[in-house]
Design a protein around this ligand. Structure first.
Ligand code: FE2
Length: 287
């Protein structure tokens, strides 16, 4: 099974810009790239921060954009989202008995538990008692099955202080439930706006750059959150009988492509390097 993992779209109303960039344009480019190269994907998963300020117009624009995808899509909300406005734009989105944007998504490779960690008034993640109860029951219902979990907020400190202070709050509660279940094969995360992969209590996880702005890699405690314009990416994930592969794709990259076994291209590329033009210079030309 193959699916696409997008995260942190941060849409603003059409025509607007955010940190000097156009989030809608980035989303359109991602959708065009996915449609061109990954039409065979089972679905697209978006792990939250769909709209930067949770405006109605942003969710309506999101819906119009995502409806262009040739495959289904499944959405989580993040700290920047507004639950009620999201639900108004996506009334068919599954919710739990308490109205949280949570569901057990059955796939060809097993269930995906999609969690809602939004708490109005804070950028930190939150799983209240009701959501933890839903999670407990859902894990019970999936006992003995290999499962996957997606949530916006990382349930661990990643070593980036400005983001660690707004990670998931109930980390131990989630860790205890995941350990008790024992067959969580991967966690798909958002929030960090950086490519980070690792394991948490033995469970692999991955998160990626957002589609608009990024967070600088800084292991120092700083005021605020340092942003960057590093390139956006999405992930192409394949799951096959317990094997998980996560490819990260910089979909706006337009650097030259050449045959690594072509000696003439090798010489041309080296010459470009020596000239200091770098890999983002014009394509190597060979005669
Ligand atoms: Fe975000």
């Amino acid at each position: 099974m193959k699916f696409i993992h997008l995260t942190d779209l941060h849409l603003v109303p059409p025509g607007g810009r955010l940190y000097g960039l156009d989030p809608s344009e980035r989303l359109r480019a991602a959708i065009a790239d996915i449609t061109l190269h990954h039409r065979d994907a089972d679905f697209v998963l978006v792990t939250g921060d769909l709209a930067h300020r949770g405006e109605v117009a942003s969710y309506e624009a999101l819906r119009a954009a995502l409806d262009e995808l040739p495959m289904p899509y499944h959405l989580l909300i993040g700290n920047h989202d507004h639950r009620e406005r999201f639900r108004a734009a996506f009334p068919e989105a599954p919710v739990d008995a308490n109205g949280f944007i949570q569901q057990v998504l059955e796939t060809r490779e097993g269930p995906f538990l999609l969690l809602d960690t939004n708490r109005p008034g804070t950028h930190a993640g939150w799983l209240c008692g009701d959501r933890l109860a839903w999670l407990y029951a859902s894990l019970e219902a999936c006992a003995e099955r290999e499962i996957y979990i997606a949530l916006h907020h990382p349930p661990l400190a990643l070593g980036i202080p400005c983001m660690d202070v707004i990670a998931l709050t109930q980390q131990k509660a989630l860790a205890d439930m995941v350990a008790r279940h024992g067959k969580v094969r991967h966690m798909f995360l958002g929030h960090v706006h950086r490519p980070v992969h690792g394991t948490w209590n033995g469970v692999p996880f991955s998160t990626h750059r957002g589609l608009n702005h990024q967070v600088a890699l800084s292991f120092e405690a700083v005021e605020g959150i340092p942003g960057t314009h590093e390139p956006p990416s999405y992930a192409v994930v394949t799951l096959n009988g317990g094997t998980t592969i996560v490819h990260v794709h910089d979909f706006l990259d337009d650097s030259p492509r050449f045959d690594l076994f072509d000696r003439r291209a090798e010489s041309a590329a080296s010459a470009l390097d020596l000239l200091g033009r770098g890999r983002h210079g014009p394509p190597p030309t060979v005669n």
